[in-house]
Design a protein around this ligand. Sequence first.
Ligand code: HSE
Length: 437
Amino acid sequence: MKPVKLGLLGLGTVGGGVVNLLERNRDEIGRRAGREIEVVHAATRHPDRARSCSIEGIRVSTDPMAVVDDPETEIIIELIGGETAARELIERAIDQGKHVVTANKELIAKAGNEIFGKARDRGVTLGFEAAVAGGIPIIKAVREGLVGNRIEWLAGIINGTANFILSEMFYNGREFGDVLAEAQRLGYAEADPSFDVDGIDAAHKLTILASIAFGIPLQYDRVYMEGIGHISRDDVAYAQELGFRIKHLGICRRNDSGLGLRVHPTLVPERQLLASVDGVMNAVMVNGDALGPTLYYGAGAGAEPTASAVVADLVDVVREFTLEPENRVPYLAFQSHALSHEVALPMEDVETAYYLRLLARDKPGVLAEVARLLAEEGISIEAIIQKQPEPGASEVPVIILTHRVREWLMNRACERIEALEAIEGSAVRIRVETLGS
Ligand code: HSE
């Protein structure tokens, strides 16, 4: 049989990884797919740049549309990222009946509902494994391996840069800004590092995970997002004293009012495997009603890890070439007509436990007053520690762990606590999740 011919949009880090992987494992991949797969046309803005892969035998264009429009290309791999140009290219490929594989988390999270609609109407496949957690086959696992389960919750470390920063703060006592500068030097961070440290990148990925796990449309606008910029070394150390690690998690969980989609720093018990995921690594924990908790761990970025996910999608596309579109695995795991219209809860209605750090005047009755206000809001305290004051300071840090409480109640309690004359400044609040342990 003739080889399947690919058009590749982007010959950067991941594009180079795809070319190398397809070349190095050509036989294995061909035996798995049932056809050989080869890149015939690639687009790059820098055709003369030195690169990590050989482009011998590949036509190279500076215009990505030329690759999409090339009558020889059957599958288009989109690796240029961003929203506008990538969307135009993908939609043009779909219009021409070409299958698409993309790593574009932002585009899928924000415009996926419309793009999948188009792909469905045209009967083409759209693979996006590489959009979430790099090389970890988490889409495949949730969409296919766990179909017998009702997913109860999922929680993941889905941004390697934020995890690297928190790991360095934990192991080496470094401050946030200092580690971020290093992450940028090492090339881990997105071009705009706020995508990593403010939770935007993780929110893109969580949007996709939530949709395939819970059968809801993509709803990026409903994801609550909080970054790690306000986490201090002190919080990392106090959390450790209490038996926790601070991780930046994307979490999707149902309570009795609905489904919460959120990305925020989270205290995780140190005995949880997720707490030991360090550096730039990613991991996603999924709790299904039949299987219980499972953990998927691996490289969340990088040339070949991401290429591994792209090639997995390619092989799926090739294997499904001859299937009628209605017999293929649905894009978002649930049949399109069976997606629910459930809208994610506002954050005020989400329930979590809390770590609070207050700066309190060191005088009798202050702790009793704080405990009374929490009790009045129905918030139960699990642990409380008062630290020694810094030399010369008249205020002491007080750390409180609470039981689970609706966010709006905690908001009200914090407002009342911060208004106390004996409390200095605002409370530092970090949510706590025991993840079933
Ligand atoms: N900047 C992302 C991260 C890259 O740090 O995880 C992969 O999406």
